[in-house]
Design a protein around this ligand. Sequence first.
Ligand code: KMH
Ligand code: ZN
Length: 308
Amino acid sequence: MEKVIITAAITGAATVPTLTPYLPHTPKEIAASAIEAARAGAAIVHIHARHPEHGAPSSDPAHFRESLNEIKAKSDAVICISTGGSPTMSVQERAANVGVFKPEMCSFNLGSMNFGLHPALKRRGEWKYPWEPKFLEMSKDFVFKNTFLDFEHLCKLTREHQVKPELEIYDVGHLYNLAYLVQEKMIDFPMHLQFVMGVLGGIGTMPEDLTFLKRKADTLFGAENYTWSEVGVGIAQFNLAAISLQMGGHVRVGLEDNIYIRRGVLAKSNAELVQKVIRMAAELDREPATPEEARQILRLKGKDKVNF
Ligand code: KMH
Ligand code: ZN
């Protein structure tokens, strides 16, 4: 059967703790959830850090380190560190951990954009932490800044430390930004694209949105020069996963982007989301890649070359 690389995005920065009691946020919880997701069949775990006391997004290396060491010790999963950080951080700040930890992979956001989280304010009831409603409200007037200068910085950093970028494409213009980096020889083939769909400010989650991005990427880069995966925000995560599985793509799931196992029903863990996508994959003749197989498919430097 054709292999599918499943990435589990464990906690992210956009999901606020009040929305689900199952969101891991201390380093120990993040590590435990990642290890469990890897045991369930995720080959890659995409890791953000949060403040252990209140769960707000953090880029503090100390918050990352504990999770990373624990995951590395207890699983073979490929670790992908986020450089997305949070709205208050500069790209230098967000990316600093790439140089510190030299992971096998890191996220690389391909464009400046709106990133609206404020619809979550419509929920009723108390917030668990005071920062949450402020954070969501602020997103109304926030631009997620990823400029060409920022790309340059990340291109240098990832090349220097042989870190494979998870190239986050939120819209068609981001493919053209990437095409510029290719043209300027700032980024190497084969690339790994992650189509991130359903952010308020980016492309939607309709089937034709995904087929369009894929076709455009083929035209710009040549299908032989990149691997690809998709992640949908919200419950559309599974609808898009089904399409990606049929198209030969890879799949990302996780509480970072979707807190539901089915419409209206909260997922109790990242592993539960991974298990569901594995059941879907089996029906479509796709088998989860092991971390070692993922390393070969994506041509990663290997677990022994990270700095944690
Ligand atoms: N949660 C995605 C919508 C990153 O980590 O750099 C965005 C993301 C970005 O995964
Ligand atoms: Zn992320």
